[in-house]
Design a protein around this ligand. Structure first.
Ligand SMILES: [Zn+2]
Length: 278
């Protein structure tokens, strides 16, 4: 196709950041970290490889996901523990904070709630930044590995993709039938995963995660949370997923609680009046 004469000029227009988050209340990371250091550990869950587990975190509490035994990626779903319709909104979190999230970023809930469900307060992989391929850690650009895409592209039936692991764990935790629980499973935060888009074709890529045993990421729960975490069958996601081929390891979730940081309060529901012009 013939490019127009002013193609270069059109391409040279400078981009503008769509949602500069400068108007959001600043997160005092130091205060949050100091408060959570004094928290008590009130529970822990070891998520087995190629499986999922659920956990509860009270508002003002915290949870920490730690790599144990070997490099492993986790797929995280979050719900309001009192209302499953309020769940994590990967797309808007991406629009507000970027393709990969770091300490100080929030995990937002879906419309019409749109409030910070959790805030990342500590991340031992924060040093990674972006590599020369454009890869970063903890993405909100992938979705979750699932048996439907596997069926579509390879014809296989694989039952231990993150989508299925999250579905089984949510069904076990809530007592919902499997088919009903599945409808609540949503796009994830890809914990510890190293991903990006290829520069030439814009395709989603993954590469072996730099996570090592002992690395962890910590979140403050801003509302009562039901979390569900899958230990991805892709292991460190350096090769393939949606199969039993990769070396897989467990992930540890610790739930912490104590006196919340000064100035913290449970965020209100989004203030938009929902009249939508009518
Ligand atoms: Zn997965």
């Amino acid at each position: 196709m013939q490019a127009p004469k002013d193609a270069d000029a059109r391409r040279a227009i400078k981009p503008v950041v769509v949602y500069p988050p400068d108007t959001l209340p600043p997160v005092n990371l130091h205060a949050y970290q100091t408060a959570v250091e004094a928290y008590d550990r009130i529970g822990e869950v070891l998520v087995p490889p190629r499986d999922g587990r659920a956990f509860h975190v009270p508002a003002g509490g915290a949870f920490r996901i730690t790599s144990v035994e070997g490099p492993q990626v986790g797929d995280l779903n979050l719900f309001n523990a009192n209302d499953l319709t309020e769940r994590f909104f990967s797309g808007k979190t991406r629009a507000i904070h970027g393709t990969h999230v770091n300490a100080g970023d929030h995990l937002w809930s879906v419309l019409p709630y749109l409030r910070p469900m959790a805030t990342i307060i500590d991340d031992t992989l924060g040093w990674y930044g972006f590599d020369t391929f454009g890869g970063g850690i903890h993405d909100v650009i992938g979705t979750r590995c699932d048996p439907y895409t596997g069926k579509l592209l390879s014809g296989d039936d694989y039952h231990y993709c993150c989508h299925s692991n999250l579905t089984r764990a949510l069904a076990d935790e809530t007592g919902l039938p499997l088919a009903e629980a599945e409808m609540h499973v949503h796009d994830v935060l890809n914990v510890f995963m190293c991903t990006g888009f290829t520069r030439d074709t814009g395709q989603y890529f993954m590469k072996a995660s730099p996570v090592r045993p002992g690395d962890h990421i910590t979140f403050l729960a801003n509302i009562d949370l039901l979390g569900v975490l899958s230990a991805c069958p892709g292991g460190d996601c350096g090769g393939e997923h949606s199969s039993d081929a990769a070396a897989c390891h467990p992930l540890l979730v610790e739930v912490l609680d104590g006196t919340p940081p000064a100035g913290w309060s449970e965020p209100a529901l989004n203030a938009y009046d929902r009249s939508h012009g009518r």
